[in-house]
Design a protein around this ligand. Structure first.
Ligand code: GLA
Length: 404
């Protein structure tokens, strides 16, 4: 056994303390599951437990989906000391016991509140009780707070002030709690949400389970993509643009997401394209599907290791559009070690072919290794990529530069 002098030990300790980096919250976009679109007010403790078990069995947890987020309608009210308590019918065992259950399975628990007296669903919100609620959440072992903005004044100054108040309260708890700001992009939160303590901020109103709605507020996949993609520069490690949740696996069975049955859902191609585009935009990947009955097609989309590697790339740079011709649109996302993800997608309603020269059309350097992620094959060195895309389909490539 080696013997170290006390001086050496002290020096090692000092070096360790100086070089220790605080772990950054949300250094990559949060991944997980949220109760809203499928369950809405029918959420319960038993559903959350079943989802937690299913996240493990289905391989979702091991793929990185770590947060289980209870959305609106969990609150019962405030007790005599003004402390929030959960709805006793829906959550009879309390949130702390539920958090323990989730943590024991290697997952994390998220919860929901609102920066006004009442939430969007009409239950008690956190306005004026920010410190108390944040410390209650921390004492229960909560790891993520989605903080909504219904029933609140519309101006940006008030929004910043209310979000900052909860941001500071969360920080004061000393627990690393992801803070998800949800004012639907109406006050340009990409400019101030990080300063309010946020780790992600919604950029749009709620997503609908369809490709395109034509509605100004509640939009489909392509509408939301068009709003979120130009905001690439504002997202990065510790603070992400959030274009709302993944529709894959809902098949029109959600309540609000289907506009109560008006939308029958997306095609499998569209669900995959949403997943790929969200990965290219470095968006949080929050699933809504019923993981307890995860169908193979949805599992294949959500567990695609190549797409997840792009989504969780540690550089955290969101992709941008570099090419548009007719219905073909191309996004490039810079990855660590000078690798590049290329996504070519067909916005149109008809089948379309593409043939793109990497240098001339996309402004990229020569590539010495091209991985075709759709086919899971290697295409070696090629000056161009080509193929045919069905309506709303996309092709994804991962390029390695020649000097790597
Ligand atoms: C808002 C949010 C949704 C969901 C509901 C809950 O609409 O944008 O994501 O949290 O409230 O009522």
């Amino acid at each position: 056994m080696k013997h170290y002098s006390t001086l050496t030990l002290i020096l090692v300790l000092i070096v360790n303390i100086l070089s220790a980096q605080p772990t950054q919250i949300a250094s990559t976009p949060p991944m997980g599951w949220n109760s809203w679109n499928l369950f809405e007010d029918e959420i319960s403790e038993s559903i959350i437990k079943e989802i937690a078990d299913a996240m493990v069995i289905s391989g979702m947890r091991d793929a990185g989906y770590s947060y289980i987020i209870i959305d609106d309608h969990w609150v019962g009210g405030r007790d005599r000391k003004n402390q929030l308590f959960p709805d006793p019918q829906r959550f009879p065992g309390g949130i702390k016991a539920l958090a323990d259950y989730v943590h024991e399975r290697g997952l994390m628990l998220g919860i929901y509140s609102n920066a006004a007296d009442l939430t969007c669903g009409g239950v008690t919100g956190s306005l004026h009780f920010e410190e108390l609620d944040a410390s209650t959440f921390a004492s229960w072992g909560i790891d993520y707070l989605k903080y909504d903005y219904c029933n609140a004044p519309t101006d940006r100054v008030t929004a910043f002030e209310r979000y900052s108040r909860m941001g500071e309260a969360l920080q004061k708890t000393g627990r690393p709690i992801v803070y998800a700001i949800c004012e639907w992009g109406q006050r340009q939160p990409w400019l101030w949400a990080k300063a309010a303590g946020g780790h992600l901020w919604r950029t749009t109103y709620d997503s609908r389970d369809t490709w395109e709605t034509g509605d100004k507020f509640f939009m489909g996949t392509i509408d939301i993509f068009d709003l979120n993609e130009p905001l690439a520069q504002y997202g990065g490690p510790g603070g992400w643009n959030d274009p709302d949740m993944l529709m894959a696996g809902l098949y029109g069975k959600g309540k609000s997401s289907s506009a109560n049955g008006a939308y029958s859902g997306c095609t499998l191609t569209e669900y995959r394209t949403q997943f790929v585009l969200w990965a290219m935009m470095a968006a949080p990947l929050i699933v809504n599907a019923d993981i307890r009955k995860l169908d193979p097609a949805t599992a294949e989309i959500l567990l695609d290791k190549d797409i997840l590697a792009i989504a969780m790339d540690s550089l955290g740079m969101a992709g941008k559009t570099v090419y548009r011709s007719g219905e073909i649109q191309v996004l490039i996302r810079n990855l660590q070690e000078n690798e590049i993800a290329v996504c070519i997608f067909n916005r149109g309603s008809k089948e379309t072919s593409y043939q793109l020269n990497l240098r001339k059309d996309l402004g990229l350097a020569d590539s010495c290794h091209i991985r075709n992620i759709n086919r899971k094959t290697s295409e070696g060195i090629a000056p161009q990529v080509s193929g045919t895309l069905q309506s709303h389909d996309c092709a994804v490539y991962r390029l390695k530069p020649c000097d790597n």
